[in-house]
Design a binder for this molecule. Structure first.
Ligand SMILES: Cc1ncc(COP(=O)(O)O)c(C=O)c1O
Length: 395
C-alpha cells in the first residue's frame, strides 16, 4: 500500500524510548530520563531575543531557499574562525537541523545500488537515511577494546567499486569518541583516489572536553576539498533543538543540488530561526563554554558513580553528552539483551535510557547526561539498585 522504500527503514529507537518515557510522565510517574539527545539548558538569552525581534519586525515570510545571505556568510565565517578554512557563502545551505542536512546529502548523492560506508556504533539516522534513498549502508564495526576507535584501514578495506560515499561522525553519538586527524587524512587520501565523497557529521563539534587536535575540516579540505561535505547544526552547541537549524557546507554545484531538492520540498528554514541562528553564530560564545563546563562535571560524576559497580565498564567520553557503558556483565537469562534491560529498568525503576542494539552495539546502553546533576544522581542510584536486583539471577 505504501512506497516500497519504507520497507527497509526502521523507526528512530531513541525517539521511541523518549515517547514511552513521556507517556509514563504524563501518567504521573516520576521518570528519570536519560534518553533525550538534547541539551537541558535554555537557548541563550541573546539568541531568544533575536528570535523575538524577528517576529516583532515581521520577519515572518519566506526567505530565499538556502537561507538569508548574512546567515550563510556567518556559517562560512565560523568555519574560517574555528578551522582556518575558506568557505564561500554559496557553499553553505541552511537546513531544518543537522538531520535534514544529512537527508539532503543522501538525496543528492546516493542512487539505488550505491554503497555508503559508515562506522558503528552509529547514530541510527545515518544508515536509515541511506536506505531511505535506496542505497546500501556498509557498516564498519569498531570495538570496545580500544574505546571504539575508528581505524582508517577498516574503512578503506570496506571500499568497493560501488562505494559512493563515506559518512563519518565525530564527536560520535553514541560513544562520545573522536576520530583522529591522521585517520581522517588516510580516509580522505583513499577516497580522493577513487572519487568517493566524504561526509562528516559535526553536530557535536563544539562539545569536546579536552583540548586535542580535531581539525578534521582542515584535514579534509586540504586533501579532498571537491568531494567533502560538512553537516553542521545549531541544536546541541546553542541549545536550539526546537528551532531546527542546521547547514551543509559543500562544493557550489552540490549546494545548488541541495537547493533544488529543498526548493521542491521544505523551501527555506523558519525565518525567525534564521535570525536567532545569526545571533548564535555571531554573538558571544560564552554560553557554549559554560554548557561545556557543566557537561564535563556531569560526565565525570555519572562515569564515577556507574563504574563503581563491577558489572559496568565504560570509557570516559571525549565529546558530545552521552555515556556509553558496557552493561553486558549485568545481563541474565531473563534480561538477555539491552532491549530487555532498558524495558525492565523503565518499568521497575522508571529510568529511561536507550539500548545499545539501536546503535548496532549489543551489550551497551546510551545514557544522555544532558540532564540535571540531581536527575543524574537519582538515575544512577536507581540503575545501580536495578543492577543489584539482577544479581541473584546471575549468581
Ligand atoms: C550524530 C548526530 N547528528 C545529527 C543530529 C541532528 O540533530 P538536529 O537535526 O537537531 O540538528 C543528531 C541529533 O541527535 C546527532 O546525534
Amino acid at each position: 500500500m505504501f512506497a516500497e522504500r519504507l520497507a527497509q527503514v526502521q523507526p528512530s529507537a531513541t525517539l521511541k524510548v523518549a515517547a514511552e518515557a513521556d507517556r509514563l510522565r504524563r501518567a504521573g510517574v516520576d521518570v528519570v530520563d536519560f534518553s533525550a539527545g538534547e541539551p537541558d539548558f535554555p537557548t541563550p538569552e541573546h539568541v531568544k531575543a533575536a528570535g523575538k525581534a524577528a517576529i516583532d519586525a515581521n520577519f515572518t515570510r519566506y526567505t530565499v531557499t538556502p537561507g538569508i545571505p548574512e546567515l550563510r556568510q556567518a556559517v562560512a565565517d565560523r568555519y574560517k574562525r574555528d578551522y582556518g578554512v575558506e568557505v564561500a557563502p554559496t557553499e553553505v545551505l541552511m537546513t531544518v537541523g543537522g538531520k535534514h542536512a544529512l537527508f539532503n546529502i543522501a538525496m543528492a548523492l546516493f542512487n539505488p545500488g550505491d554503497e555508503v560506508i559508515t562506522h558503528a556504533p552509529y547514530w541510527p539516522t545515518i544508515p536509515e537515511q541511506v536506505k531511505l534513498v535506496g542505497a546500501t549502508p556498509v557498516v564498519v564495526h569498531t570495538t570496545p577494546d580500544d574505546a571504539f576507535a575508528l581505524h582508517a584501514d577498516a574503512i578503506i578495506s570496506a571500499m568497493t567499486a560501488k562505494t559512493k560515499g563515506i559518512i563519518l561522525n565525530s564527536p560520535c553519538n553514541p560513544t562520545g569518541g573522536l576520530i583522529s586527524e591522521d585517520v581522517v587524512a588516510a580516509i580522505a587520501d583513499a577516497a580522493a583516489k577513487k572519487g568517493v565523497w566524504v561526509i562528516i557529521d559535526l553536530c557535536y563539534e563544539q562539545l569536546i572536553y579536552e583540548k586535542v587536535p580535531h581539525n578534521l575540516v582542515k584535514v579534509l579540505f586540504d586533501r579532498h576539498r571537491d568531494r567533502t561535505v560538512l553537516a553542521g547544526s545549531a541544536s546541541k552547541s546553542y541549545a536550539m533543538t526546537g528551532w531546527r537549524c542546521g547547514w551543509t557546507v559543500a562544493p557550489k554545484e552540490l549546494t545548488s543540488a541541495f537547493n533544488l531538492i529543498q526548493g521542491q520540498s521544505t523551501t527555506n528554514i523558519c525565518s525567525i530561526t534564521q535570525k536567532a541562528a545569526l545571533a548564535a553564530l555571531q554573538g558571544p560564545q560564552d554560553a557554549v563554554d559554560a554548557m561545556l563546563v557543566e557537561y564535563r562535571k556531569r560526565r565525570d560524576n555519572i562515569h564515577a558513580w556507574l563504574t563503581a559497580h563491577p558489572g559496568v565498564k565504560c570509557v570516559k567520553p571525549s565529546g558530545a553528552f552521552y555515556l556509553f557503558p558496557d552493561v553486558s556483565g549485568l545481563l541474565t537469562p531473563d534480561v538477555p539483551n539491552t532491549f530487555a534491560f532498558a524495558q525492565q529498568l523503565l518499568e521497575k525503576e522508571h529510568v529511561a535510557l536507550t539500548p545499545g542494539e539501536a546503535f548496532d552495539a549489543p551489550g551497551f546502553v546510551r545514557i544522555s547526561y544532558a540532564t540535571s546533576m540531581d536527575a543524574l544522581r537519582e538515575g544512577a542510584t536507581r540503575l545501580l539498585r536495578f543492577a543489584e536486583s539482577l544479581q541473584p539471577a546471575r549468581a
